[in-house]
Design a protein around this ligand. Structure first.
Ligand code: GTP
Ligand code: MG
Length: 306
């Protein structure tokens, strides 16, 4: 065994590492827009428009912003502030507060197309809430692929929390039913339910998600506290289309925007909120377990600014 002092030093090092502030992503989108504007050549307004559209701010927001800078003869000094104000106006239209019922277990259902980051986001939130002293449990409601439940099980083992799963092809409604029974008997505080991103047809996915909701309502007497649609920020306009598809199946209470750790993907939040009025509740900035944070307008604008 190492001497006491060596061990103590190692523990201290580990502790300090855990206490270090999280990396803040800097996207520099607003700074770039300012730079383009400051060039002040004959194309600068067109170049700003193009940059904003390329970076997913959406046609409506971009169009209005360009009008505004022309109308108000915004100067180089003020462009960043004007843009921040316009973004804030949109983002403040929704409430990002996460909803927990007064009764346990709080139930969060995660939906979204395959590969967007549902399972990873569940693990990140499980870690976050466990660290807050909550009893967390996972349910592998994605029974379409064996690997899906396995992936959730690996996370549950790493985090040392229980997971309820059944074999591939079983009825997701039945897995959820089992999981709810287990959560109630174990006094679980937060139950996170994974679901399939893809089944044979859209009609089957609809049936599956609605059955999961019905089972929860019957067993617990209320709908999930949060039904979170997981969207990959890289996918741009395709992500927006997914909101429409999933909203037609279930009542989406919030969005988890993943993979914004690409320099150009943050603008997508504007059309999401502007068009659908659904709050973004969490953002994910990487593949590590701590790369998730609750959405906050000021912090997000800072992130966009760089
Ligand atoms: N860079 C980055 N990668 C992420 C983020 N979130 C998830 N990923 C990665 O995206 C990939 C897919 O993530 P999953 O969590 O398996 O996605 P899923 O939605 O559960 O996928 P299916 O189970 O196939 O429906 C994995 O390689 C993750 O590590 C993020 O915020 N940033
Ligand atoms: Mg998954």
């Amino acid at each position: 065994m190492k001497p006491y002092w060596d061990r103590a030093k190692e523990t201290l090092k580990k502790k300090q590492k855990n206490m270090q502030p999280k990396r803040r992503y800097k996207m520099k989108l607003l700074k770039t827009i300012k730079k383009i504007f400051e060039k002040n050549d004959s194309n600068s307004i067109e170049n700003i428009e193009e940059f904003m559209l390329e970076n997913n701010f959406g046609a409506e927001f971009t169009g209005n912003f360009i009008e505004k800078i022309k109308e108000e003869r915004v100067t180089g000094k003020n462009i960043e502030e004007t843009l921040k104000k316009n973004i804030k106006n949109i983002l403040n239209n929704t409430d990002p507060k996460v909803h927990f019922s007064n009764n346990i277990p709080a139930i969060f259902l995660f939906v979204g197309t395959n590969g967007t980051g549902k399972t990873t986001s569940i693990a990140k939130l499980a870690h976050l809430y466990k660290n807050q002293g909550k009893k967390v449990m996972l349910i592998a409601g994605d029974t379409f692929r064996a690997a899906a439940a396995k992936q959730l099980e690996i996370w549950a083992n790493k985090l040392n929390i229980p997971v309820v799963m059944q074999k591939e092809g079983s009825d997701p409604g039945a897995v959820v039913f089992d999981g709810l029974n287990s959560a109630v008997s174990k006094n679980i505080d937060i139950l996170l339910i994974d679901s399939a991103g893809r089944v044979e047809t859209k009609k089957n996915l609809l049936k599956e998600l609605q059955k999961i909701e019905r089972v929860i309502e019957k067993k617990i007497g209320r709908k999930p506290d949060e039904t979170l649609l997981v969207l990959d920020a890289y996918t741009g306009q395709n992500g927006i289309a997914q909101i429409k598809i999933f909203s037609s199946m279930v009542n989406i209470s919030g969005i988890i925007l993943t993979k914004i750790d690409g320099s150009s993907s943050g603008g997508i939040i504007i059309p999401i909120i502007q068009k659908y009025g659904i709050p973004v509740k969490f953002i994910c900035t990487g593949e590590n377990i701590e790369d998730i944070e609750q959405f906050n307008t000021e912090a997000f604008i800072e992130m966009l600014s760089g």
